[in-house]
Structure formats: structure tokens, C-alpha cells
Design a protein around this ligand. Structure first.
Ligand code: GLP
Length: 252
């Protein structure tokens, strides 16, 4: 089941999404969070940091698994997803560094790294709440449009559209890695709850296509329609096409 919640701006969406995460943390002894990078979850992470600083939430018992990492970037590279997580969340809260997991982009054998990551997620008992964004082309994590849905962690060849979209963070387009290690769609789907965050007009078309169009691996996020429990937290701009084509679909 998918519930779509709309907010005036990304800050309000982030504060409400943070409450879902806080609830999952407080209601479990050893919660495992699945985390994502990108601009979409930044307000959510900001709200979680505020809750920690206000004494409302502790991450001492929390374990995290991140969705993906670029192949070839070291953890201290400022565009690596490990760096992103440390910089935007982990260094501001009381989570134990050894409880945070991001696939290694510099593993000598990326395939073996994928297998290690699958075993790791399994050993944590799966993911309680999985945060995801959506790419302009409908990708989730780095699972690109394709002829079939991926299952476990895999090495991905990034598409030209993803390299274009992500080149804004690098000095030049040639610096963007062409491969990534990504958790698979099957793994993401097995999370007990999936929290999709999307912001801005640029996501409006693809969000409508994913949540109301045909379920197809050409739009990887469309598979979410078969997930047990999906909540979408988005700003009005990202929901503009859904509002236009499916009046009443958004909870406000
Ligand atoms: C990247 C990440 C995705 C993310 C997407 C959207 O390619 N691998 O996990 O969802 O970008 O990013 P943004 O939130 O910046 O639009």
C-alpha cells in the first residue's frame, strides 16, 4: 500500500518524515535503518539531527545500511556516499561509527563486496525503514531503467542520464564514476517499510509515472506499487502532476 503525503515545502516534509524514523527507532530494541544520499533526504536528516540535539532521540542502538556507493571513490572523497553520510548525518548524532554501513567503492573485488553486503543486510535481520529518493529516470538507489528488476546488491553501469544528473557535484563530467555498487530492488522491496522522499518540480513527472503508471523495470521505482508499506513525503512542487491527474490522491 502506498500513502502519499504532501507538504508546502521540503522542510515540513523532512520534519514529518523524521517522525516516521523516530517512531521506528523508539519502538524497536535494535532498529536497522536503510539510508539514502542525494539532495532529497537532506531536510529529513536535518530534522533527525535536531531531534537528537533536543534530546528527543538517540541513535545508540541504531544500525544503518546505505543503498549505494560509487565504484572507485575512496571514503574520504568528498563526493563518495560514505563522506556524504558522515558529513550530513553521522557526525552530528550519537550513532556508533561501527554501526554504520556503506558499500565499499574501493573493494578489490566489487562482486565479492556485493555478496558481503547481501550477507550483512541479512545478518541485521533486514531493514526496518528504508529511506529512498527517486532519480530523474525513475531509478532507486542506482538501479537504472532496464529489462528486468535486480534482486540483490549488484555492480551497476550508470546510464548517461544519471551521469549527467550527478555531474553537477563534480568539477567535470569525466570525473563522475561510471559504475556503482547498489543494493538491489528485491532487497529494497523486502524492507518492512519504505519511505520515499522527493522534492521539486523536476521530480513531478517521474513521480506520477512511478506511482500511477505501468509497473515496469524501465521505471524501476514503479515496483513500489507491490511493496507492503510505502509512505511518500514530498513537497507540493514534486506532487504537481499527481495533483493534476489524480485529484484527491495526496493526503495533506
Ligand atoms: C542518486 C542516488 C539515488 C538518489 C538520486 C536522486 O543517483 N544514487 O539514491 O535517489 O540520485 O538524487 P536527488 O535526491 O539529489 O535528486
Amino acid at each position: 500500500m502506498i500513502r502519499i503525503y504532501g507538504f508546502k515545502n521540503t522542510k515540513e516534509a523532512g520534519v514529518s518524515a523524521a517522525k516516521v524514523i523516530a517512531e521506528a527507532i523508539k519502538s524497536r530494541e535494535n532498529p536497522t535503518l536503510g539510508l539514502a544520499t542525494g539532495s532529497s533526504p537532506l531536510d529529513l536528516y536535518g530534522a533527525l539531527i535536531d531531534m537528537y540535539k533536543n534530546g528527543e532521540l538517540s541513535f545508540k542502538n541504531v544500525k544503518t545500511v546505505n543503498l549505494d556507493e560509487y565504484v572507485g571513490l575512496t571514503p574520504d572523497h568528498d563526493q563518495s556516499y560514505r563522506y556524504f553520510m558522515d558529513f550530513n548525518l553521522f557526525s552530528h548524532i550519537d550513532i556508533l561509527p561501527e554501526n554504520t554501513n556503506v558499500p565499499s567503492g574501493i573493494a578489490e573485488d566489487p562482486k565479492a563486496e556485493c555478496e558481503r553486503y547481501d550477507r550483512l543486510v541479512e545478518s541485521l535481520g533486514g531493514v526496518d525503514v528504508q529511506v529512498i529518493g527517486i532519480g530523474n529516470n525513475g531509478h532507486i538507489a542506482f538501479n537504472e531503467p532496464s529489462d528486468s528488476f535486480t534482486t540483490g546488491t549488484n555492480v551497476v553501469e550508470l546510464t548517461e542520464s544519471t551521469i549527467d544528473a550527478n555531474s553537477r557535484f563534480f568539477a567535470k563530467r569525466e570525473d563522475v564514476p561510471t559504475k556503482a555498487i547498489s543494493m538491489g530492488i528485491g532487497q529494497i522491496m523486502s524492507a518492512k517499510k519504505i519511505l520515499l522522499v522527493a522534492n521539486g518540480k523536476g521530480k513531478a513527472e517521474i513521480l506520477e509515472k512511478a506511482l500511477f503508471g505501468e509497473v515496469t523495470p524501465k521505471v524501476p521505482a514503479s515496483i513500489l506499487r507491490f511493496a507492503k508499506d510505502v509512505v511518500v513525503f514530498a513537497d507540493d512542487a514534486a506532487l504537481s502532476v499527481i495533483d493534476e491527474k489524480h485529484p484527491g490522491a495526496v493526503i495533506r
